[in-house]
Design a protein around this ligand. Structure first.
Ligand code: SAH
Length: 388
């Protein structure tokens, strides 16, 4: 196995549990490791510090996997990780058959996301190392997860580009139907696992349940509705009406199907930055306003612009909220911290001239655990506020 030696003190992050080692930390390489292969990593005192996936074409040249020299990165190792992740998911008692089974670094598998939908899994590999080990991972999943009927791969996104990998999708095991039925609490959804646009965001599960619990007899505004997850929870819980806004006709069509048994549902296709302003001009208001915009700050550099956008969205959201109503705002940008979002909320509340109190601080659901050592694994944050 090839050996990679790193510069003095560059192992500190790994000792805290953060598995990324940038190319600038690497001093020398012994051997000629293949891209994506497992290498031994040593500190400048020539002490073994772990095994890692190696990719010379990525800024993150090493993804540390294991500290124990006696372990091998093989089927057993992958099975152990999958078993541990699955055990946690069973312990946190998820009232849904749609959840994240593997949340990359948080589950000690950097570069892999696995989502579970009923008897099917969707795998996303975002590093060259995991791309190469995909078959072992699939074997481990087959071994550890009972009643599996199929595994589908949907490997896409910016991470793969940075690793020099193309996007791929296709069946890895068994059979995967075009549509499958899932449940989340009392709500039932049809999802298209193979579709480009219509997966399902299980990170918002607890927040959908919370908003649903406030919805009886209320008018609900679902901003950036996607396939209607929040609205369905609202309607199932007896909401008076729901209005969905999304820029994509494709996702609204799926939302129409998911909500087809309800009459008082309205769909608005458009860009929220225009639609919200127009609704304010029309003088419309709702009891519950749910603001779930897409990632507005891909990295820290975009932060000032993103915070202005969050403030703008919240300000219009507050104007659309009836007195005594609730507004929730979420950010799924890793670069935006909870304090950043709270600041945007504070400025918006001031400009709206209302009084608002934070009732709940919101997070990604527990099937998306946060690694204490890897802040990047905490990405969804939000606030539920009561407008007084
Ligand atoms: N609330 C959803 C997830 C939202 S994902 C759920 O719980 O399932 C973000 C959504 O925002 C996507 O559906 C995307 O189409 C939509 N979107 C992105 N930019 C937008 C814009 N400028 N205006 C309106 N919708 C937008």
């Amino acid at each position: 196995m090839s050996k990679v030696f790193i510069k003095k003190d560059r192992e500190k992050m790994w000792y805290t549990g953060h598995p990324w080692m940038y190319s600038g930390a690497v001093d020398k390489i012994e051997g000629n490791p293949m891209g994506g292969s497992v290498v031994e990593v040593y500190n400048y005192k020539q002490e073994f510090i772990g095994y890692a996936h190696y990719n010379k074409n990525s800024k993150i040249m090493l993804r540390m996997l294991e500290k124990n020299i006696d372990k091998k990165i093989d089927l057993n190792w992958y099975s152990e990780k999958v078993r541990e992740a699955f055990t946690l998911r069973k312990m946190v008692k998820i009232d849904s058959n749609a959840y994240r089974l593997i949340h990359s670094e948080s589950d000690s598998l950097p570069g892999v996301i696995v989502d579970s939908f009923g008897d099917y899994l969707v795998v996303q590999a975002s590093t060259l190392g995991m791309e190469k080990d995909k078959n072992i991972l699939v074997e481990a999943l087959k071994k550890e997860i009972p009643n599996l009927k199929g595994i589908y791969e949907k490997s896409e996104g910016d991470g793969r580009k940075l690793e020099g990998l193309p996007e791929i999708s296709g069946i890895l095991f068994g059979e995967v139907p075009d549509e499958i039925q899932i449940y989340e609490g009392k709500s039932k959804f049809t999802i298209d696992l193979k579709g480009q646009k219509t997966g399902f965001y299980s990170d918002q599960r607890d927040n959908r349940v919370l908003m649903g619990s406030l919805s009886e007899g209320k008018d609900f505004l679902d901003v950036c509705s996607y396939t209607g997850g929040f609205s369905l929870h609202a309607m199932v819980n007896g909401a008076n009406s729901s209005t969905l806004i999304d820029v994509s006709e494709d996702v609204l069509n799926v939302a129409r199907k998911n909500l087809s048994s309800y009459e008082s549902v309205e769909f608005i296709k458009g860009n929220i930055f225009n639609v919200l302003r127009d609704l304010v001009k029309e003088g419309r208001q709702w009891d519950l306003v749910n603001l779930d915009p897409p990632k507005l700050a891909p990295n820290r550099r975009d932060l000032p612009k993103a915070l202005k956008a969050y403030k703008d969205i919240i300000l219009n959201g507050l104007k659309l909220t009836r007195k005594g109503g609730f507004l929730s705002i979420y950010s799924c940008s890793g670069a935006v911290t909870s304090s950043d979002l709270r600041m945007a909320l504070a400025f918006a509340v001031k400009d709206a001239g209302v009084r608002a109190i934070i009732v709940n601080q919101l997070h990604q659901s527990p099937c998306h655990p946060i690694s204490v050592a890897v802040p990047e694994t905490e990405y969804l944050k939000g606030f539920l506020v009561r407008v007084i």
